[in-house]
Design a protein around this ligand. Structure first.
Ligand code: PNS
Length: 167
């Protein structure tokens, strides 16, 4: 039987419980799932690519068919490189749909045999985004329950380096 590999591309700055929820769902329907972090020199991220990679590796260690990688260039080219036949993306609210549809159709134009599969995270994460997590954390709001404990700790260290020293 043919084994299906999917990639789950994104920025993951930082990984949230919504991302993890989707990784869990993806790992149940695909034989192999590659969480692929975009190395995007244009953005100024909060966490470096290697920090994000380390966090995601720790967070996905329990999934035997999930691995973490980084990529640059086109998603379709990276998918071809790892022999993936599907791209996994999460859709939270209707507002995601337009952007995701555009990307999915552009990717299909670039590589017709690559399917985009949309999955919905659990509803308690439907309003969650890395951008909002960064903003709330930066302004001192509570983010517990929105990101894994490990990410919460790294965020605290990142935004208040003195916190690490006082531990
Ligand atoms: O988590 P994000 O930031 O929503 O992820 C966006 C991502 C990485 C999936 C998208 O920006 C992407 O695929 N970038 C790679 C470059 C590319 O292939 N661009 C054309 C997409 S149609």
């Amino acid at each position: 039987m043919k084994k299906v590999t999917a990639i789950y591309p994104g920025s993951f700055d930082p990984p949230t419980n919504g991302h993890l929820d989707l990784i869990g769902r993806g790992s149940r329907i695909f034989d192999q799932l590659v969480v692929a972090i975009l190395r995007n020199p244009e953005k100024s991220p909060l966490f470096s690519v290697s920090e994000r990679r380390r966090m995601l590796e720790e967070l996905t260690a329990e999934f035997r068919n999930v691995r973490v990688d980084t990529f640059d260039g086109l998603t379709v080219d990276y998918a071809a490189k790892v022999k993936a036949s599907a791209v996994l993306r999460g859709i939270r609210a209707l507002s995601d749909y337009e952007y995701e549809l555009q990307m999915a159709l552009m990717n299909r134009k670039l590589r017709a045999d690559l399917e985009t599969v949309f999955m919905m995270p659990a509803e308690q994460y439907s309003y969650l985004s890395s951008r909002l997590v960064r903003e709330v954390a930066r302004l001192g709001g509570k983010i517990s329950g929105l990101v894994p404990d490990l990410v919460e700790a790294r965020l605290r260290e990142k935004l208040d380096p003195a916190a690490k020293l006082s531990e």
